[in-house]
Design a protein around this ligand. Sequence first.
Ligand code: B12
Length: 457
Amino acid sequence: MRVTMILPALTEATSPLFRPIKYSLFPPLGLATLAAYLRDDDEVRILDEHVENIDSYVADDRPDIVVIQAYITSARRAYELADSYRSRGAFVALGGLHVTSLPDEAATHADAIFLGPGEDTWPRFLDDFRRGSPAARYVSTERTLAGLPPVRRDLIRRERYLVPNSIVVSRGCPHHCDFCYKDAFFEGGKSFYTQLVDDALTEIDRLPGRHLYFLDDHLLGNRRFAEALFAGMAGMNRVWQAASTVDALLAPGLLEQAVTAGMRSVFVGFETINAANLPGQRKRQNINRSYDEVAARVHAAGAMINASFVFGMDDDTPDVFDRTVDWAVGVGLETVTFHIMTPYPGTALFRRMEAAGRISHRDWHRYDTRQVVFRPVGMTPAELEDGYWRAYRDFYRWPAIWRGAAGKPLPDRLRHLAYAGGWKKFEPLWDALIRSRQVLRALPLLETTLGLARSGR
Ligand code: B12
């Protein structure tokens, strides 16, 4: 059987918003996870449109099944590919976050749609398909990561990514924030579950090189699991980055164990510096937590912070941009990711906005967190969009980068400058390397810079 698996581009490579470094950071693992359920004699290929032009391959491709993973901003492209494959007689299987949020929309472009994670539904479908009786809709209900077949990393074009060792050892998150897709995606079963620690360690052990990139929504979400994982990783000489919430980082001891196990940077969902926004967004894990303390603790432990902020919540007014940047620079955050609040279909936030008549349109490809797609309360859409871009510019200005780095011990100051400066200021250099397909040459360069910056510790 011939199977083609496609991850369509979230933002077309021809768009001025396409940033090669962002899309080439690490390989996503959804399709390689599903490919593991195929047989040895099946012929399979994974195409990631963020890192390769797939048009000429697709034009001549005649698989038995095409699997397409759709995110909200890639849905339009996903449907275009699906329609084209269907017209050529391939069986089209569509899944992913957007398909789960809007199954009826997706179903018009597919022979079978998949709701939720695929570890239970995909093997069931494969059996049905081989028997000649596939269903039109599969809904995930059984949630476990025990005994998964190993991710088909051999199908990933490692040389196309900056950190080729992405890994995911859990699914979902224990929290239920209003704006998050997760509750819809995991409906009908567990919404947070982990691998067995030994399986996770075995997978880590199999990965070559030193750098890992954990894709988990919240690696520190189950304390017992995280502690056992970090204990097992302690002697492995790995360096890695992961995502966590503020409450987990404040929990005594856990952060330090993560750093001992090699965590060098943590993505933190601060989301808003307006405490009044938090209850409305059900961001309970942030309520009454000191963000200053989180920053101080992570830095004292020796790790860097990549902070996430969302602008446009109902208590935000036009001063939120300057206040956020000022705080972020003041506490020395190394990198930040700003988002404009975006009500994804299927979320509680979307339902609330829709009921209030505040959704501006349903052009899903514009739901990319860089454009305002709803009617904000405390400012105009133009103020929100301008403020978002200004916040990025202000955070990554050299005087702000210097101010953020000042006051840190020398090795950390150098590392701060390398990261904050390296990420944004030298982006054209990274992009040139990536476009010339020299991604793997960029990594040692980065490692040398950071290695030097760490050598004082
Ligand atoms: C990789 C990644 C990216 C990459 C994507 C590039 C790329 N090449 O894919 C990058 C870094 C570019 C990125 C960007 C963004 N991302 Co992102 N990203 C991820 C991340 C960390 C990992 C994805 C992954 O590999 N997961 C592990 C695999 C195993 O899970 P999976 O992909 O979901 O696959 C399973 C199922 O979906 C299902 N499935 C999927 N397809 C199919 C098909 C079939 C047929 C079947 C049967 C099953 C199936 O089966 C798989 C196995 O269970 C996720 C977080 C996460 N933990 O998933 C966020 C995540 C997807 N990103 C998110 C967001 C918000 C963004 C941004 C909008 C952020 C921003 N403002 O910059 C941008 C998108 C910009 C844009 N233009 O739209 C959100 C999405 C929310 C939503 N409702 O869509 C997530 C969930 C993070 C989060 N917790 O908020 N992202």
